[in-house]
Design a protein around this ligand. Structure first.
Ligand code: UD1
Ligand code: CA
Length: 461
């Protein structure tokens, strides 16, 4: 997945992303292209890949649920509205206004086909500028089962004779296994001129984008297909099952990359990465670890089993878990350590500091070399506001202490076990907050004797 920088574009590029379909099979109030893979909407995966080709303009064609797309995209793409949805050709036509004044290459993508590789996109554009100057370049694929995909009837040299939708195809045409992914590259000046000539006299009564190829052929223009060697990259996501399958494929690739980059994954199939996870070298990841978005792991880090991380930064030499929970804003400085059942949120654990067991550290700053005892809780919330706990370097917090924020513990200070600390502790100070201990030698023995006698008398009486 590592990409090299794009060569300087020969001509400007615009992308049109089709996303006006209803997405009925997802059975969701959420727009289909906003369903996440690896913690990020599928549409964002697609836009990130397209961004590697530095498009000058981006248009998303939307129908139902377009407010959700507007909210997601802000000013990053123009939204063209397609209402009603009269087919893929009609959908692309709706982008004409947004592309007014644009002259260059247009790449037509599907919002629900998010994992087309940038190199495939580049190959399509390169083919469009081939010596035979094709009017349309279509991305084809050869799936194991050609199902009901549209068919590309092409010559051996890749020139297309005809495009036909499954619904409209003869048995003979259906026997052709070269399928249309739906993705195309066309020069802007050709695109809208060809689309204007597309009719809807077909089995679906729709304006087919595929017909621009047939129109161009009638005008004696060459159209070309390039075939991807990875049918998975053009797999559409139409259902939750296909979403899960896309997630699984993404995770497999990401795990392979983590290992190729020098991380050990003891049981790779049980480790789940997010789209933006950064993993260093000589990182050891034990089984059953989940990375949410925003995690950066430096070299020589060990992540023990069953840990869950999001929005966390782990510097080199850090060890966490088993069963560590790192939430957004957790920063573990070099060689610090977090043990089992420790939760951190918006908290910095200083260099070499340790919180080995059963703690909640939230809205906290913990100095280098500090030792946070088992069961320490930073009480950061009063029911209305969040407050901060600051712990100095080399401070020792005894087990089961409650640090009631806002509160500061000085450097080298000791907080005795079981203390509920509500006022600041100075450097080098001992703070002990417990009831006075009552000592009564022999009391327990006397107690047991008395009670045993009573019990005996009761039985006999
Ligand atoms: C289309 C292709 C078919 C190809 C298949 C690949 C046409 C006519 N057919 O078929 O050759 O094999 O994709 O999956 O192009 N969309 C709109 N507005 C519309 C209709 C569709 O925005 O009016 C969008 C959808 O949201 C989707 C994409 O276009 O992202 C494809 O639509 P879909 O209905 O899945 O196309 P198919 O008819 O399956
Ligand atoms: Ca489809």
């Amino acid at each position: 997945m590592t990409e090299t920088a794009p060569p300087p574009a020969a001509s400007p590029l615009a992308i049109i992303v089709l996303a006006a379909g209803k997405g009925t099979r997802m059975k969701s109030a959420r727009h289909k292209v906003l369903h996440p893979v690896a913690g990020q909407p599928m549409l964002e995966h697609l836009l990130a890949s397209a961004a590697q080709l530095a498009p000058e303009r981006s248009v998303v064609v939307a129908g139902h649920g377009r407010e959700q797309l507007e909210a997601q995209l802000g000013t990053r793409a123009a939204i063209a509205v397609q209402e009603p949805q009269l087919g893929t050709g009609h959908a692309v036509q709706q982008a004409e206004e947004a592309l007014a004044g644009f002259e260059g290459d247009v790449l037509i993508l599907y919002g629900d086909v998010p994992f087309v590789r940038p190199e495939t996109m580049r190959a399509m554009i390169a083919r469009l500028h081939g010596e035979d100057t094709p009017a349309v370049v279509v991305l084809g694929f050869e799936p194991e089962d050609p199902l009901r995909y549209g068919r590309i009837l092409a010559h051996d040299d890749g020139r297309i004779a005809m495009m036909v939708e499954y619904k409209d195809a003869t048995e003979e045409q259906r026997a052709c296994t070269l399928c249309n992914s739906g993705l195309m590259a066309v020069k802007s000046q050709d695109l809208f001129a060809l689309l204007a000539k597309v009719e809807n006299d077909n089995a679906a009564g729709e304006y087919y984008l595929t017909d621009i190829v047939n129109v161009a052929s009638l005008e004696e223009r060459t159209c070309a297909v390039i075939v991807t060697d990875d049918p998975d990259e053009v797999g559409g996501i139409n259902s939750r099952a296909e979403l899960a399958a896309a997630e699984a494929r993404w995770q497999t690739r990401r795990r392979e990359r983590a290992m190729a980059d020098g991380a050990t994954l003891v049981a790779p199939e049980t480790v789940f990465f997010a789209w933006d996870t950064v993993i260093g070298q000589d990182v050891m990841i034990e089984p059953n670890v989940v990375f949410g978005p925003g995690v950066t792991v430096a070299d020589d880090v060990t992540i023990h089993a069953f840990s869950h991380l999001e929005g966390a930064t782990l510097e080199s030499g850090v060890a966490i878990g088993p069963y560590a929970r790192l939430r957004p804003g957790a920063v573990l400085k070099a060689n610090s350590k977090v043990g089992n059942f420790v939760e951190m949120k918006k908290a910095v654990l200083g260099e070499g500091a340790k919180a080995n067991h059963l703690s909640y550290l939230g809205d906290a700053e913990i100095g280098a070399g500090a030792n946070i005892g088992a069961g320490t809780i930073t009480c950061n919330y009063d029911g209305y506001f969040k407050h901060k706990t600051v712990i100095g370097e080399r401070a020792f917090i005894g087990s089961n202490s409650a640090l009631v924020a806002p509160v500061k513990i000085g450097a080298d200070a000791i907080v005795a076990a079981g203390s509920a600390v509500t006022r600041d502790v100075g450097d080098g100070e001992l703070r002990l907050v417990r009831g006075e201990q009552l000592v009564k030698p022999g009391w327990a023995d006397r107690f047991h004797d008395t009670m045993k006698q009573k019990k005996k008398a009761q039985k006999e009486g």
